[in-house]
Design a protein. Structure first.
Length: 238
């Protein structure tokens, strides 16, 4: 008998996602995010101080670092060392930081710094969107353990935030691209939204192609539905 193959995932559905507490590490906020074969460790650490350029302003700061471990891809990816951080890494960690700051009340955070670390353990597309989605959960975990908010005080958050990729693959709007779909996509887009459905950032690019307003609307609609599901997943863990 010929081996059975799994049915193709519908173009309007997410990959299989999970967000689980990471069973290792010392950071107060730490989760493992899985989106299909992509796996990212997201941690959040809090310091009771701010960068020198922010001292005395009465507000805090949230920043992020992103890294793909050498064994997360094939062929092996070299480590970023010292000042030699590649442009993609810099762009993604800035995106993660912006996405989180969009829903953090920095004044209510007080003079504290939150550092998010997103380390890709396995990469099969969507590492930046998985990082943002998991980073929010790690952030909430860390804030809940902080002396400033551990006794039931309201967290300095205005909403949740999550992200997903969409694109045009084979002429069809497609949600949550894995690497093979991303490689073949005519259009590739990353969408970051709050739990209330407000956009934080939209990154869309035609890959040797163009797209029209109707296709853009279809991709944004898919992204909105996917992020609504991811927001529910975040809430179920928190």
């Amino acid at each position: 008998m010929a081996p059975m193959t799994a049915p193709a995932r519908p173009a309007d559905s997410l990959r299989t996602w999970s967000i689980e507490p990471a069973p290792f590490g010392a950071a107060p906020g730490r989760v493992l995010v899985k989106a299909g074969r992509t796996i990212v460790l997201c941690t959040a650490s809090i310091e009771e101080s701010v960068p020198p350029w922010m001292k005395g302003q009465g507000k805090g700061w949230v920043t992020a670092e992103y890294n793909m471990l050498p064994g997360s891809t094939s062929p092996r990816k070299g480590r970023d060392r010292g000042p030699k951080i590649d442009g993609r890494t810099t762009e993604i960690q800035r995106l993660i930081g912006r996405s989180l700051r969009a829903i953090v009340n920095l004044e209510a955070l007080g003079e504290r710094s939150v550092t998010i670390d997103c380390d890709v353990l396995e990469a099969d597309g969507g590492t930046r969107t998985a990082s943002i989605t998991g980073a929010y959960v790690a952030l909430v975990q860390a804030l809940r353990s902080s002396p400033g908010f551990a006794n039931g005080e309201p967290l300095p958050l205005s909403d949740s935030v999550a992200a997903v990729s969409v694109g045009i693959v084979g002429g069809a709007p497609t949600l949550d691209l894995d690497y093979s779909q991303d490689f073949a996509a005519e259009v590739d887009m990353n969408v970051v939204m709050t739990g209330a459905g407000r956009y934080v950032e939209v990154q869309g690019t035609g890959e040797e192609a163009t797209f029209d307003a109707e296709q853009l609307a279809a991709m944004l609609s898919l992204a909105s539905r996917g992020i609504a599901q991811l927001s529910m997943l975040q809430k179920s863990l928190l």
